[in-house]
Design a protein around this ligand. Structure first.
Ligand SMILES: [Ca+2]
Ligand SMILES: [Ca+2]
Ligand SMILES: [Ca+2]
Length: 167
């Protein structure tokens, strides 16, 4: 009986210690609670649906930006985040608002180095599509959509240690 209590206590202590280690690791890599680490960035997916502009604002309020997908591996990571969270349509931080057909990551305006538009996209349908959505229906490829449509979104920020934006 005594040994049972001891082993339960030991098990609890181990859980506590492992929990503390994971928490400290999280701090060391700079991603706050609720944010997921991938390579050198932290990500937070919001299942709430907002317009593209409001998605941008929510990310900025949290010291981040609407995601910039810079590689196939980051694209796959975002796909997996969508699957995990049951999200079918997701705003990305890309836009051709400045010059029609010239796609950049906002707000810096960096030209796309990597892109994964679906076949026949971007099509600027109705002369009214200037924001990028990643969608399950296109096997998680990208599509330009009207910026005032509301979808889930994912914020990205650097996971540098001591990032002041993340406190
Ligand atoms: Ca990125
Ligand atoms: Ca357009
Ligand atoms: Ca389109």
């Amino acid at each position: 009986m005594t040994s049972l209590i001891v082993s339960q206590t030991t098990g609890f202590s181990m859980t506590l210690i492992i929990g503390c280690i994971l928490f400290l690791l999280d701090i060391a890599f700079g991603c706050p609670p609720g944010w997921t680490t991938f390579n050198t960035s932290c990500y937070h997916l919001s299942i709430e649906e907002e317009s593209w502009v409001d998605s941008m604002k929510m990310c900025e309020i949290h010291g981040a930006y609407l995601v910039h997908i810079n590689s196939a591996s980051e694209d796959t990571f975002i796909t997996n985040q969508m699957i995990t969270n049951g999200v079918k349509e997701l705003w990305l931080g890309g836009s051709d608002w400045n010059v029609e057909g010239v796609w950049v990551w906002e707000p810096e305006g960096d030209l796309f180095q990597y892109s994964n538009f679906d076949h026949d996209e971007p099509d600027n349908y109705g002369d009214d599509e200037n924001c990028v959505r990643k969608e399950q229906s296109a096997h998680y490829r990208w599509n330009d959509k009207p910026c005032d449509h509301r979808y889930s979104y994912i914020c990205e920020t650097s996971n540098k240690v001591g990032n002041p934006a993340l406190g």
